[in-house]
Design a protein around this ligand. Sequence first.
Ligand SMILES: C[S@@+](CC[C@H](N)C(=O)[O-])C[C@H]1O[C@@H](n2cnc3c(N)ncnc32)[C@H](O)[C@@H]1O
Length: 161
Amino acid sequence: MKIEKAYNHWAGQYDTNKNKTRDLDKRATIETLSKFDFNTVVEPGSGTGKNTEWLITRAEQILCLDFSQGMLDKAAEKITSPQVKFIKTDLNRDWAVPNEFADLITCNLTLEHIKNLDFIFNQAYLKLKPDGKFFICELHPFKQYTGSKAKFDTEGGTEEL
Ligand SMILES: C[S@@+](CC[C@H](N)C(=O)[O-])C[C@H]1O[C@@H](n2cnc3c(N)ncnc32)[C@H](O)[C@@H]1O
C-alpha cells in the first residue's frame, strides 16, 4: 500500500491503538522541547496532531504539513485553534512556508518514509530562522537495522508501511 493511502487508513485508530513508539516519541518530545522557547513552529508530517496539541500550549503559530487527508482531518477535529494551520502537501516538494519563518521545526516519526533526506534538510534550513532549531525524533537505528517499520493492525492482518 502507498504510504499516503496507508496513513489515510490508519488515521481512525492512530491515536488509540497500542503504540509504544508513538507514546515514547510524545514523552521524549515534551521532555526535550520543554527546555526551549519558541513562537513559530513547522511540523512536517504532523499526522493527527499528537504533538501539535502540546506545541500549541507553547507557540503562537504552527504550520502543520502532511500529505494524508485522513491524518489531517483527525488533527483538525481535535485542534481548532486559529494559531494552527494545516497544509496538505508532500514534503518532497517545496514547503509552502515563508523562508526564515520558524524558531523550531519538529519532525517526529516521519523521516523513515523519506528517501531523499537532503531535500528535507535543505527545506528545513531555508524555513528556519538563523538561530532556529530542528528537532528530529525517529525510530532507533537499531530497530531500523533489524527491519522494524511503522505498522498497524487491520481486519486483514498487520499492515506494514
Ligand atoms: C507515524 S506518523 C507521525 C505523525 C506525528 N508526527 C506523530 O509523531 O504522531 C507519520 C506522518 O508523516 C506523514 N508523511 C509521511 N511521508 C510524507 C510525505 N512525503 N509528505 C507529507 N507527509 C508525509 C504521514 O502522512 C503521517 O501523518
